[in-house]
Structure formats: C-alpha cells, structure tokens
Design a protein around this ligand. Structure first.
Ligand code: SAM
Length: 303
C-alpha cells in the first residue's frame, strides 16, 4: 500500500507544472484580505533533498526544475516559482526541492491556515519535522500566527477534506495530489470533489493527475469536468510524444475547479515556454481547455 515515495519524483516536469500553478493560485487567493484555508489532501514529505539516494537514482529533477534553474528568460509565473525554489537554496546551488506544503507556507500569509494530510509512516515523520523547522523559522523572524497556523495529520486526505469543509472563513484552496498507483484513487478524487462541492461550492479545487494510457486516466479529466462547479480550467503538459514501450511518465495534467479568472492567460503565456525548455522530443506539447456550468460552453485550444 505504501510503495509510492514522492522523493523519487521531486522536481520532475510534473512537479514543475503542479507547483508553478500552485504558486499562482496562492497569489490569487492573497489578493483578498480575508484569510483562507489551504488543504493539502496528499502532502508528501514537504521538502526533498535532490542529493538523496532516491532522487539521485531516478534523476527526474534533472529534466524538470534543473532545466529552469539557470535560465534568465523565464516568463513571470515561472520566475515566481523558480524564485521560491531559490529561497530554499540560498547558496545558489540546487540542492533542495519544495513540496506543496513548503510552497503553501511560503505563499500563504500568516493569517491563512494550512491543513496537511499524509499517510506514509516515513513521509509523515519527515513532514512533521519539516513543518517544525518552518515554524521555528517563522518564530525567529518574529512572525507569530494566532492559533495553530499549520496542522499535520496522519490521516486519509479524502476523509480529512470532507471534515474541513466549509472552512470558517468561507475561503479555501484545496490541492488533491494522490499517487494514483491504485486505480481507486481516480474514483476517490471524483467522489471527494463531488462531496466537497456539495459542502462548499465556492472552494478552489486543484487536482494533479498523470496522463497515462490506462482507461481510468484517459476518462478522468472528462469526469471531473462534469462535476457541478461553476467553471473549470484544464491544462496538460507532455514533455515527449507517446513512446512505444509505454514506460515513464511523460505527460500530466492539472484540472482546477473555480479557477482564478487570470489563470488562463498566465497558462497561455507560460506553457509554450515550458514545452520548449522541458520538451524531450518533437512530441512535446501542451493543451489548455476550459468550460463553464452556466453556459455549458467549452473552449478547446492548445498546440
Ligand atoms: N503533494 C505533494 C507535493 O506536491 O509535494 C506530493 C504528494 S505525492 C504525489 C502523494 C502522497 O500521498 C504520498 O506521499 C503518499 O504517501 C500520500 N498518500 C497516499 N494515499 C493517501 C491518502 N489516502 N491520504 C493522505 N496521503 C496519502
């Protein structure tokens, strides 16, 4: 059950897609004064050492964050994201990679709340330790939140999400990022979103998923688009065309329910650059689509 360790994949092209978008979602949420709750249903370890045995073995970050690290022509959204990774690596050498909890801590304000769920016995320990370090750092800076700003729970994130909605401030940003090693994860995400939308229709929900040949993956985004959210925005990044051996992950997607109205333009500006810099062969491409419940209209575009 616990075979998945994100340390093997930290900083790969899929993390780049997920985390640069996460940064933009926080920046949008930060535009209003009212505090919000960030809920990370599958938080992972929080921070990853790129010189760990796992990261070195897979080397995935080399074709992800490392390709952006020394660029001086980054579009603004990627400059925000790489800038955030730089704050974790003040020496200038890329050694540590931030997971979604670290991204959230860096972007959310002192009054916002972070609720993090993780089940893996080793990763929950690492996460708790990384959160302790973050809290110590905030305390050193004299930044003291009222009440517990970050809560880490060893619990099933799908259940945890349900229990937290609606949030006290009526504002929430939710990241759902399971391993999808078991087919049931696809169903669990859909069911969790259906329930979440009933409890809190106004929430912003971001789902990452792997684009794979398996049927569950191919039908997944279409199923999520039919959920009763006012709007959705869907983006996929493929760093290579389909390979005959079917090995490796070359393509992933983010589907956001109730997205910021600014995000589509940001994606249009950013995705062609990502394809150019992260692309591994001529099959590299992106796709952006959006739809609304109100009109039922769907705009499809991409390259
Ligand atoms: N969101 C993290 C990030 O972007 O840095 C990466 C998360 S990783 C893809 C998925 C994590 O979910 C793994 O650490 C795994 O142990 C954990 N996990 C698996 N099933 C879970 C569940 N039902 N509830 C909470 N965590 C779970």
């Amino acid at each position: 059950m616990f075979s998945y360790r994100h340390a093997f994949h930290a900083g790969n092209h899929a993390d780049v897609l997920k985390h640069f978008i996460q940064v933009q979602l926080h920046k949008y949420m930060n535009q209003k004064d009212t505090a919000y709750t960030y809920i990370d249903t599958h938080a992972g370890a929080g921070v990853y050492a790129l010189d760990s045995a796992q990261a070195v073995k897979s080397g995935e970050y080399i074709d992800g964050i490392a390709r952006l690290w020394d660029r001086d022509d980054l579009p603004p959204a990627l400059a925000d994201y790489v800038g955030l990774v730089r704050t974790l690596n003040p020496s200038g050498k890329l050694r540590l990679y931030p997971g979604s909890p670290w991204v959230a801590d860096a972007e959310a304000r002192l009054e916002d709340r972070l609720r993090l769920f993780e089940l893996h016995p080793a990763d929950i320990k690492l996460l708790a330790e990384n959160v302790r370090k973050l809290e110590a750092h905030h305390a050193e800076q004299g930044e003291r939140a009222r009440g517990r700003r970050i809560l880490v729970e060893r619990a099933d994130g799908f259940h945890g999400l349900k229990a937290l909605l609606p949030p006290p401030s009526r504002r929430a940003l939710v990241l759902i990022d399971p391993p999808y090693e078991v087919k049931l994860d696809y169903k669990h995400v859909r069911d969790a979103l259906e329930e979440a939308l009933k409890r809190f229709p106004a929430g912003m929900y971001a789902v990452w998923y792997p684009v794979l040949q398996r049927m569950e993956s191919r039908q997944f985004a279409d199923r999520l688009k039919r959920l009763p959210a006012k709007e959705w925005l869907h983006v996929t990044l493929s760093v290579a065309g389909p390979r005959a051996d079917g090995n490796g992950l070359h393509s992933s997607g983010m589907l956001i329910l109730n997205p910021p109205y600014t995000l589509e333009a940001t994606l249009r500006e950013t995705m062609p650059y990502l394809v150019q810099v992260l692309g591994q062969d001529a099959g590299a491409t992106f796709r952006i689509e959006k739809g609304t419940q109100v009109t039922g209209a769907v705009a499809r575009e991409g390259v």
